[in-house]
Design a binder for this molecule. Structure first.
Ligand code: NAD
Ligand code: MG
Length: 393
C-alpha cells in the first residue's frame, strides 16, 4: 500500500488532497503516515480517524490536550509543535503533500526529500526561499518534486516529452485577483473583505490576498525560475481573468503549448498524486462554447510593484528570495491585522529589502538551510521594525 502524508491537511489544498485520497479508496487504498494541521483540532482528528493515520500533529503546543482527547481510543498518536511536525516528516512515506502555508513548510519538505520521498509541492515558499537547496536535496536522494501550484503543474505537463533547451519562454497566467478591475487610486483603501472576494479560485486567506496584490504571482515567477531552471527574462506574466489557461510554454519553433481546464485545485493535486499516470478526477468538464471567450491583458507594474520586486530578487539570487518571502509574510500579517493599507504591503517589502542590502549581502551564495532560516528570521525582524515606523509615520 502506498504510504502518504499531508502537511497542512486542514487547509484549502490539504482538504482537496484529503478529498481525492478518500475518493481513491481512503484507508483501504492508502496507508496514511502523518496528517498535520493548526488550530482546527476537531477537523484534524476527524481526518486522522477516517484515514487511520499513524500520527496527527497540530502546529500549536497548546492544542495538544484537545487533540489527544479528540483522538482518544482511535489508535492515532497525537503530537504538537514544529519539532513534532519535523519528526512526522522523518517517518517513512512514499508520497508527501507539502501544503503548509508560508516558510514553515520548508523544513518538513526538505526532510521528506532527504528520505527520498516524492514531494507534491504546493508550498511555493519553499522554492522561493531555498530553491537551489531543495532541488539539490531532491537530486542527491533520488527524490521527485511534483509541482502542485496550478501554473507550475500546467508547465510541468506541457513539458512532458520536451527538451528544456527548446523552450523560448514560459507564460504564467494570473487572474488578477479580487481587485483587478478597481481604479488604481482606490486600491490604497481596499479592505480585507474586499481583497478576499476572489473571482475564480477558492483558496486559503493568505494566498487570496496575495492574488490581489500579485505577490502570489511574484512568488510564482521566482518559483518558475527555481523549479524549471529558466532565466528570468524567459518568464512572462499575463492577466487572464477567466483562469482557464493555467499557463503556457513557448518553444523556439513558434509553438505555444497551453494547459486548459476549469479552475479546481483537485486537478493539479490529482495529477501529482497519480503521476505519471492520469486518473479520472472530480473536475468539471471545460465547456468552451459556454465560456465564449478567453481574454488577456498585460499587467501594469506600477499597479503591481510585487512583480518588479520579484525581478530584483531574481537578479540578486542567494538569500534574496528568503528575505523577500519573509518580508512579504510580515506585510501580509500587518494588512490582515489592519495596521497597513493594501498598497503599503509592497512598500514594506521593498524597504525591508533595501535595509537588508545595506547591512548584509543578500546575493551571497546559500551555504545551507541554517543560512536560509537565519535570513528568514532577520527579514521578519527588520520588516516588523519598518512596519512600526510606517504606522507611526
Ligand atoms: P491554508 O491557510 O488554507 O492552509 C494552511 C495549512 O497550513 C493549514 O493546515 C494550517 O493549519 C497549516 N499551518 C499554517 N501555519 C502553520 C505553521 N506555522 N506551521 C505548521 N502548519 C501551519 O493555505 P492553502 O491556501 O491551502 O495554501 C497552502 C500552500 O499551498 C501555500 O503555500 C499556498 O501558497 C499554496 N497554494 C495554495 C493554493 C490554493 O488553492 N489554496 C493554490 C496554489 C498554491
Ligand atoms: Mg498558482
Amino acid at each position: 500500500m502506498r504510504r502518504i502524508s499531508i502537511f497542512g491537511a486542514t487547509g484549502s489544498v490539504g482538504e482537496n488532497t484529503y478529498d481525492l485520497i478518500c475518493r481513491e479508496g481512503g484507508a483501504d487504498a492508502f496507508h496514511t503516515v502523518a496528517l498535520t494541521g493548526g488550530h482546527n483540532v476537531a477537523r484534524l482528528a476527524d481526518m486522522a480517524r477516517t484515514l487511520r493515520a499513524e500520527v496527527a500533529v497540530t502546529a500549536h503546543e497548546e492544542n495538544l490536550p484537545a487533540l489527544r482527547e479528540a483522538l482518544a481510543g482511535s489508535g492515532v498518536h497525537a503530537a504538537a509543535g514544529s519539532q513534532a511536525i519535523t519528526e512526522a516528516a522523518d517517518r517513512p512515506a512514499d508520497w508527501v503533500m507539502s501544503a503548509i502555508v508560508g516558510a514553515a513548510g520548508l523544513v518538513p519538505g526538505m526532510r521528506a526529500l532527504a528520505h527520498g520521498t516524492s514531494l507534491a509541492l504546493a508550498n511555493k515558499e519553499s522554492l522561493v526561499t531555498a530553491g537551489e537547496l531543495l532541488l539539490a536535496t531532491a537530486h542527491s536522494h533520488g527524490a521527485t518534486i511534483l509541482p502542485v501550484d496550478s501554473e507550475h503543474s500546467a508547465i510541468f505537463q506541457a513539458l512532458v516529452g520536451e527538451d528544456l533547451s527548446a523552450v523560448e519562454r514560459i507564460i504564467l497566467t494570473a487572474s488578477g485577483g479580487a481587485l483587478r478591475d478597481w481604479p488604481m487610486e482606490r486600491l490604497a483603501k481596499a479592505t480585507l473583505a474586499e481583497t478576499l472576494a476572489h473571482p475564480n479560485w477558492s483558496m486559503g486567506q493568505r494566498i487570496t490576498i496575495d492574488s490581489a496584490s500579485m505577490f502570489n504571482k511574484a512568488l510564482e515567477v521566482i518559483e518558475t525560475r527555481e523549479f524549471f531552471g529558466v532565466s528570468p527574462d524567459q518568464i512572462e506574466v499575463i492577466i487572464h481573468p477567466e483562469s482557464i489557461i493555467h499557463s503556457m510554454v513557448g518553444f523556439h519553433d513558434g509553438a505555444v503549448m497551453a494547459h486548459l481546464g476549469m479552475p479546481d485545485m483537485r486537478h493539479p493535486i490529482g495529477y501529482a498524486l497519480n503521476w505519471p499516470a492520469r486518473q479520472r478526477l472530480p473536475v468539471a468538464k471545460l465547456d468552451l462554447a459556454a465560456l465564449g471567450a478567453l481574454t488577456f491583458r498585460a499587467p501594469d507594474e506600477t499597479r503591481y510593484p510585487a512583480l518588479r520586486l520579484a525581478r530584483e530578487v531574481m537578479a540578486q539570487r542567494g538569500l534574496a528570495g528568503a528575505a523577500f518571502n519573509a518580508a512579504k509574510e510580515i506585510a501580509l500579517d500587518h494588512f490582515i491585522a489592519g495596521g497597513l493599507g493594501f498598497m503599503q504591503m509592497a512598500g514594506l517589502v521593498e524597504a525591508t529589502l533595501d535595509r537588508l542590502s545595506s547591512e548584509t549581502r543578500l546575493g551571497n551564495a546559500v551555504g545551507g538551510l541554517d543560512d536560509v532560516l537565519a535570513m528568514d528570521h532577520l527579514a521578519r525582524v527588520r520588516a516588523g521594525e519598518i512596519a512600526l515606523e510606517m504606522r507611526a509615520g
